[in-house]
Design a protein. Structure first.
Length: 451
């Protein structure tokens, strides 16, 4: 029998009492809506961006408010150890502050009383996100009122039980974080490896004919059919690419679709499959030049330019060479100033890239497609694994925090131990996979050198 089982059997054999938040918390703090006009003090002003894991440790931007301003504006200070809950746009965000601080009105602070351990409350609030979202006011920005927080019911077992639940969940959280960090590092390393080989394959400028991007094929842009004309959008079947779709190197689908009526009446161009799309106007151009291969017929908006390649150019080669030179294109063609980041498209068209014979293009494409396939598989597999870890954690957390007024449904430590064993086994499997990958890498090196 686990320590948690023993405590439950001893301290709450007949179930757990449910209490309203306002009856077990010393205070429920709603910050003032007014934002301080000066930030020259030492009491941190924290926003959602300042959350580090499960805690608000400081204002990462260095913003602080003085005690004089706090008194003058009657600002609400969250005492150390408050469970700070998002009550607005970022519903589902929870943290504990490690020092007194101030936030804006998007948070509500729950100050635990003597019967409630703050970390237990934080974990329990995580299980209530779906409920809170269902209770949020409708409108442009959802909002949960103080009253709805105060009336929430929470199971309140003895403090010893609360602390043991927190101990188990802390251990599981730490393990999940470590595995997520390992998976993320592996994905990053693979992407860097792919970029290295791609740059190596596309660096033979002196040996190949050089052409401007304009010479690769026909470039043109798109537009947005009237949003007010519902018949242009409702039940649309024709893909319509905008900047928000340009998050993967090969598009599978688009978020928005337009109708045949929109194509005809709004004079939209439908581009053939195997075209290449680039973003020329978007905030993402601050740091990234999105390029995507589009294997299906589509339309585009005014922030996208589309390349339909000439007969002597392989579409996949055009995609790889533009993507491979993307950072340099961004540096050399980005416009200075302006409210929205954009490219000087005439400079984009004038940018020169190596264009070997079709036979060599085909060999380069084969190698780079193989590399991209590896990265894509990882890009699908690793984030899926990370998401699975999070869902696994949520599942066991919810089990631990599920109580009934008579009896309980709390998971034992033995289940957690078995789960940890399975995670350890998967770690061993990944180590074996990495050894196999290194052997594949050496073979690929030799193929690249021959190319």
């Amino acid at each position: 029998m686990s320590r948690l089982d023993e405590l439950i059997k001893e301290l709450c054999p007949n179930g757990v009492e449910f209490q309203r938040i306002k009856d077990v918390c010393d205070d429920v703090i709603v910050p003032m809506r007014d934002r301080p006009k000066t930030f020259d003090g030492n009491i941190p002003w924290c926003r959602i961006e300042d959350k580090e894991g499960q805690y608000f440790n400081k204002s990462l931007s260095g913003l602080g408010v003085s005690e004089d301003v706090i008194k003058k504006m009657n600002l609400k200070v969250f005492p150390t150890g408050t469970v700070i809950c998002s009550c607005s746009a970022s519903l589902g965000t929870y943290a504990i502050n490690t020092q007194p601080l101030i936030t804006n009105q998007t948070f509500i602070g729950l100050v635990c009383g003597k019967r409630l351990f703050n970390k237990y409350l934080l974990y329990y609030m995580e299980t209530q996100t779906k409920y809170l979202k269902s209770q949020a006011s409708t409108g442009t920005i959802p909002y949960i009122s103080r009253k709805k927080f105060e009336e929430m019911l929470i199971p309140v077992p003895p403090l010893e039980v609360q602390r043991e639940i927190v101990r188990v969940l802390d251990s599981f959280t730490l393990l999940t974080a470590e595995l997520t960090a390992e998976l993320t590092a592996e994905l990053t390393a693979r992407k860097k490896q792919y970029e290295f080989y791609r740059d190596k394959l596309l660096s033979h400028d002196g040996n190949y004919l050089v052409k401007s991007l304009a010479e690769l094929g026909e470039w043109s842009g798109g537009k947005t059919p009237s949003m007010s004309e519902k018949s242009f959008w409702e039940q649309g079947t024709i893909p319509w690419i905008s900047s928000k779709d340009m998050k993967s190197s090969t598009l599978i689908e688009t978020k928005d679709h337009i109708t045949e009526k929109a194509v005809k009446e709004a004079s939209m161009t439908v581009y053939p499959a195997n075209s290449i799309a680039i973003v020329t106007r978007s905030g993402i151009l601050k740091h990234t030049f999105p390029v995507a291969y589009v294997p299906f017929e589509t339309t585009i908006n005014q922030d996208i330019k589309m390349l339909v390649v000439n007969e002597g150019i392989l579409p996949r080669y055009a995609f790889h060479v533009i993507q491979g030179k993307g950072n340099d294109i961004l540096i050399k063609t980005k416009k200075q100033g302006g409210t929205v980041d954009s490219l000087d498209f005439q400079k984009v068209l004038a940018y020169k890239v190596p264009v070997p014979s079709k036979d060599i293009q085909s060999r380069v494409v084969e190698l780079l497609d193989n590399f991209e396939s590896i990265c894509t598989d990882l890009n699908i597999g690793l984030p899926a694994e990370i998401e699975a870890r999070q869902k696994q954690y949520e599942y066991y957390r919810d089990l631990l925090l599920t109580f009934a007024e008579t009896g309980n449904t709390i998971m034992t430590d033995r289940q957690t131990d078995r789960q940890t064993d399975r995670q350890t086994d998967r770690q061993t499997d990944r180590q074996t996979d990495r050894q196999t990958d290194r052997q594949t890498d050496r073979q690929t090196d030799r193929q690249t050198d021959r190319a």
